[in-house]
Design a protein around this ligand. Structure first.
Ligand SMILES: *Cc1c(COP(=O)(O)O)cnc(C)c1O
Length: 476
C-alpha cells in the first residue's frame, strides 16, 4: 500500500515514512492510493476475529491492509501491547451501551486520559517507539494543547525510548483536572511548558519553532496532531467494532453520529464506509462552532476568524477550521489533486472560503457518502445531559451530549441502529455537569485526589527563544 498527497504531488510513500511526518511536501494530507475493500466473507472474518480474539486482533487485521513495511508478527505484537483491558478498562475496549430504542453509545473514553484520543494515541506511542528504534533515531514532539490532545500525547509517549514530549499549554487556563492529569506526570521524557498567554500564543510558538528549519532538523522536532494518518487509521478500527457489536449479520446497516471538531474522528468513519463497512449515514455533530454543519447544509466552507470562534462548554470542538476536512473533499472531488489544491491553498488563502453549492458533486456528500449534519448549543447540552441522566441514569460529557442531541434529530429508519461515539468522560468537564445536574460527575477511582499530586511544569513567557533554549537544554 502506497500513500499519496491530496494536492497531487507525484511522490508515493510507504506507511512508516509518513508515520513520522506531518504534511506532504506540497502541503497536502496523506491518504492511501485506494481503500482496501471488505466483502461479505472478509467482514465475517473480522466479526469472528473481534468476537473470539478481541479488539487487538481486529485492529491487527485492519491495520495489515494499510501497512506493508512492518513485519506481521511485529504489528500483531504492537496491537496486542496497545489494546489491553488493563489500559482501556474493558475486554471489548470500546463497549456499546444501549440508551433508548435504536440509539446506542459507543464508549471510547476509558483509556488513560478519559477521551477517545487515547485509542489512536496509545497505538501511535508504540508505533513511534518501534520505528525510531528500527531507524536508530530520536524524535522531540512539540505541541500546543488546551486539554485533550496534549494529555493523550503525554500518556502515550511517557517512558517511550527515543521520544521526548514538549507540550505547551496556556498557563492557568485549563481545568484543574486537566492540569493535574498532565502536570502530575513525573516521567523524564515529558516536559510541560505553561505559557503566559492564550492557546493561540502556544500555537504560534509551535509554528515559529517548526518554521526554523535548521532548529527543526538539528533537534528532530516532530508533531502528533490530528492530521497524522496513523491516528486516523487507528480510529477506523472502532467503527468496525461498533458495527460488529450492534449487528448479527452483515446485511444489517448502522449509522454513526460523531461529535466533531477537526474532522479526524468522522473522517475515520468515512474511510470505514469507503472500505465497504455497511454504514447508512455518518452524521456530523458540531457545537456553536458550526463550520462543518454549515458546509453540509449549504456547500459553503467558510473558515472562521478568531473573533468568530466561540469558547464553548464542549471546548475540544471549538475550531475555526477543520484540519482533516481536506481528506474528505479530495474524495468528494473524485480524488482530483489539482482541484483540491486550488480550493485549499488558493481559495481558502485568498477568500477564507470556497463554495461547492452549485457543483453536482456536492449532492454526493449525502447521496454517495452518507453525510448529514446538525448543531448543538450550550442550552442543548445542558438539556441533553439532564434528560439522559434522568431517563437512563447515564451521565454523558458535554461533547457526547452534542452528539446525542444531533443523533436524535437524525434517527431516520428505525431498523438502523444509530451509534453515538462517546468522546470523553464527564469528569473532564465537571463544571458543566454540575450546572446541568446540580451535582459533580463520578470520578474514576484511579483519579482520586490527583489535584494534590506534585506538579512538574515550567512556566514561561510567550517567547519563542525561551522555548527553544528550554528544548536545547533538555535534549542533551
Ligand atoms: C478531539 C475531540 C473531539 C473532536 O474530534 P475531531 O477528531 O477533532 O473531530 C470531540 N470531543 C472530544 C472530547 C475531543 O477530545
Amino acid at each position: 500500500m502506497l500513500y499519496l498527497s491530496t494536492r497531487g504531488h507525484p511522490d508515493r510513500k510507504h506507511f512508516c515514512d509518513i508515520l513520522l511526518e506531518g504534511l506532504a511536501p506540497d502541503g497536502g494530507l496523506y491518504l492511501p492510493e485506494h481503500y482496501p475493500q471488505i466483502d461479505d466473507a472478509a467482514l465475517t472474518r473480522l466479526r469472528k476475529a473481534y468476537q473470539s480474539q478481541g479488539y487487538a486482533e481486529l485492529a491487527f487485521q485492519i491495520l495489515s491492509l494499510y501497512i506493508d513495511d512492518i513485519p506481521a508478527a511485529d504489528l500483531k505484537a504492537l496491537c496486542a501491547k496497545t489494546y489491553t483491558a488493563e489500559v482501556f478498562g474493558t475486554g471489548e475496549i470500546v463497549p456499546l451501551r444501549h440508551l433508548e430504542d435504536g440509539l446506542w453509545l459507543e464508549a471510547l473514553s476509558n483509556g488513560p486520559t478519559l477521551a477517545f484520543k487515547d485509542i489512536a494515541m496509545q497505538l501511535l506511542g508504540n508505533l513511534f517507539e518501534y520505528e525510531l528504534k528500527r531507524r536508530g533515531e530520536e524524535l522531540n514532539i512539540l505541541g500546543a494543547t488546551s486539554g485533550d490532545t496534549g494529555s493523550a500525547a503525554e500518556y502515550a509517549m511517557r517512558g517511550k525510548e527515543g521520544v521526548r514530549v514538549f507540550m505547551t499549554s496556556p498557563h492557568g487556563r485549563m481545568s484543574a483536572f486537566q492540569q493535574a492529569q498532565m502536570f502530575s506526570l513525573q516521567d523524564e521524557n515529558i516536559h510541560n511548558i505553561a505559557i503566559e498567554g492564550v492557546f493561540d500564543d502556544c500555537q504560534d510558538i509551535v509554528k515559529a519553532v517548526s518554521n526554523d528549519l535548521n532548529f527543526k532538523r538539528q533537534y528532530k522536532i516532530g508533531t502528533v496532531n490530528s492530521i497524522n494518518w496513523a491516528r486516523l487509521l487507528a480510529q477506523v478500527v472502532y467503527y468496525f467494532a461498533g458495527y460488529i457489536q450492534a449487528t448479527e449479520t452483515n446485511d444489517q446497516k448502522v449509522s454513526f453520529t460523531v461529535p466533531s471538531g477537526n474532522f479526524g474522528n468522522i473522517c475515520a468513519g468515512h474511510v470505514a464506509r469507503c472500505m465497504g463497512l455497511p454504514i447508512a449515514r455518518l452524521v456530523v455533530a458540531t457545537n456553536e462552532n458550526d463550520v462543518l454543519d454549515e458546509f453540509f447544509r449549504t456547500g459553503v466552507y467558510r473558515v472562521r476568524g478568531s473573533a468568530d470562534t466561540h469558547e464553548t462548554s464542549s471546548p475540544s470542538m471549538d475550531i475555526s477550521k477543520a484540519s482533516n476536512f481536506e481528506r474528505f473533499i479530495f474524495d468528494l472531488l473524485g480524488r482530483n489533486g489539482q482541484r483540491t489544491k486550488a480550493l485549499f491553498s488558493a481559495a481558502l488563502q485568498t477568500y477564507g472560503r470556497f463554495d461547492l453549492s452549485a457543483d453536482p458533486l456536492f449532492a454526493d456528500a449525502a447521496a454517495k457518502y452518507g453525510f448529514e449534519s446538525g448543531r448543538s448549543t450550550h442550552a442543548d447540552r445542558l438539556a441533553t445531559i439532564k434528560d439522559t441522566y434522568h431517563r437512563f441514569g447515564v451521565t454523558i460529557d458535554t461533547h457526547t451530549a452534542d452528539g446525542v442531541k444531533v443523533a436524535r434529530e437524525h434517527r431516520g429508519d428505525p431498523a438502523v441502529p444509530m451509534i453515538v461515539l462517546e468522546t470523553a468522560l464527564p469528569i473532564k468537564f465537571a463544571e458543566t455537569i454540575q450546572e446541568a445536574l446540580g451535582h459533580a460527575p463520578e470520578r474514576p477511582a484511579r483519579f482520586a485526589g490527583i489535584e494534590a499530586l506534585p506538579k512538574r511544569v515550567q512556566v514561561m513567557p510567550a517567547d519563542v527563544e525561551r522555548v527553544k533554549a528550554y528544548i536545547e537544554r533538555h535534549c542533551q
